[in-house]
Design a protein around this ligand. Structure first.
Ligand code: BV8
Length: 243
């Protein structure tokens, strides 16, 4: 534990953005209740019907642009924790929205990519992208059309920055999982990696996730309540809880 504070890794999922007005995936009113993963979130879907997949992300990008979506108290509490914590801190999000960075988080990994970035499958250039994407969109770097895709990790694709995440988990003293159902791997396995490294583990969620039994402590309720409470108590203690 550097300077006694200890190192923290936080993982977030769609639940942390729910109170900002963004849908989760597996709640009854979630995204996968409206569209099938196989139709919009796999490389095979994109090869089969690219315009269908583009429309799925264009609709979510538009929601971001026009929907008055703002970071909430949970995003802001994590940015406060990063600023005030004296030890190492890394925030890993499965979310493809930009609410953590707009809340002020800096040490941040988007392991499933970012909805507001586009990548050219031909030249691999990645850039900020807030408008609609389509087959006719030309890559600003190589000029070719037809190869632009959301810079998002689909099912069957390798998540981003896994080496950096693995190194942080191997060295962490506290792992906190927030707003995720524990359905999707490799993210759902991070708690096991953290425990294997001797870390204390905490779950902050609306309800117990699939991995609930793997956490030393838990606090259930809306993220805008349980996350600020957890951050305040951790900063007051100034060190990772023992045991
Ligand atoms: C990989 C980006 C390996 C897109 C996403 C067969 C074939 C191929 C792969 C597999 C397979 N079988 C299994 C796999 C692995 C697969 C997987 O895990 N599948 C599961 C479903 C069985 N994983 C993968 O494919 C991953 N890649 O394994 O690659 C590999 C190895 C070598 C070489 C190549 C590849 C890639 C997974 C990433 C997929 N992309 N998203 C997009 O967003 O459009 S996943 C998607 O699910 C989102 O990223 C989302 O974040 C993620 C997890 O969902 P959650 O965030 O947890 O959201 P959910 O709705 O489930 O839960 C919300 C929670 O919040 C709930 O618990 C709820 O109670 C809570 N909540 C609600 N409101 C609140 C709240 N909490 C607090 N406050 C509130 N107010």
């Amino acid at each position: 534990m550097a300077n006694g504070a200890g190192s923290i890794v936080v993982l977030t999922g769609a639940g942390i953005s729910k109170e900002s007005g963004l849908s989760t995936f597996r709640d009854p009113d979630g995204i996968w209740a409206r569209v099938r993963v196989e139709d919009v979130a796999t490389p095979e879907a994109f090869a089969r019907d690219p315009e269908r997949v583009h429309e799925f992300y264009n609709m979510r990008r538009r929601r971001h642009r026009e929907g008055g979506i703002q970071p909430n108290a949970a995003h802001l509490a994590l940015a406060r924790l990063e600023t005030e914590w004296r030890g190492a801190f890394l925030l890993v999000t499965q979310n493809i929205d930009n609410l953590h960075e707009r809340a002020g988080s800096r040490n941040l990994v988007h392991m499933h990519g970012e909805m507001l970035k586009a990548r050219c499958a031909r030249c691999d250039s990645v850039r900020e992208w807030h408008e609609d994407l389509g087959l006719a969109t030309a890559c600003p770097a190589c000029g070719r059309a037809g190869d632009m895709r959301p810079h998002v990790v689909w099912f069957g694709e390798m998540p981003l920055e896994m080496d950096r995440i693995g190194a942080a988990l191997a060295a962490c003293d506290l792992f906190v999982s927030i707003g995720t159902s524990g359905n999707v791997y490799p993210a759902a396995g991070f708690v096991r990696e953290a425990r294997g490294a001797g870390a204390r583990t905490a779950e902050l969620n609306l309800e117990p996730s699939l991995g609930a039994s793997l956490f030393h402590q838990a606090s259930y309720g809306p993220a805008t309540r349980v996350v600020p409470e957890f951050v305040a108590s951790l900063l007051a203690a100034g060190a990772v809880p023992a045991g």
